[in-house]
Design a protein around this ligand. Sequence first.
Ligand code: ZN
Length: 240
Amino acid sequence: MKFAIIADIHGNLEALEAVLEDIKIQKCTHLVCLGDIVGYNANPRECLEIIRKMNIPCVKGNHDEYCSTESPLTDFNPYAAQAVTWTRKQLTEEEKKWLRELKYVRMVKNFTIVHATLDAPERWGYVFDRLAAAANFPYQNTAVCFFGHTHVPLAFVRDTVVRGGTYSKFKVEPGKKYFVNVGAVGQPRDNNPKAGYVIYDTVEGTIELRRVEYDIAKAQRKILEAGLPERLAERLAYGK
Ligand code: ZN
């Protein structure tokens, strides 16, 4: 089986369509979504519709949660909060209900998916380093777990110690555990503006990071036309 693992679409329709096209070209047989379908960019409803139509396994992200409830936005920076407030006004009650009912953690075949971390998935912690990854591993019952949330594709491995770093493609080795961030479709933050996602080939036992060009200018135009913060448009060009 060849799984495409996508995360952090954030209402970026141009990026999502480009990634889905690449997934087709790469002949993936299955698709999995790690949440944050909405928030930040201008097409939350269109992206949500595409994901729902495909009927694929999906877990809840923090933006999915906050955009579908009226919870106070104290943990968000002003730009993110503005985007959440805007997105709340776009989504229908039925769409919000669908987002609210997403689970925090799911098993897909022999691997686990989560938006943030397994140790406290509803607390939305960020895993950027080995220390944070080490806290996750005791809660990981499968050899491989994919996560999103940071928008920075990093892979952490535990054998006798926990190591981690950037990656492009690697082989899953027996006896080790892998906690792998798949990057972001709709708002990359690793100084690479191309949309990111991962292909997990369970037959070859390989995990590969893909980067895909998309129409950034069009996504930026829509952000400005929607009256969303200019900074959200600018950052797409830099991958920050
Ligand atoms: Zn996100």
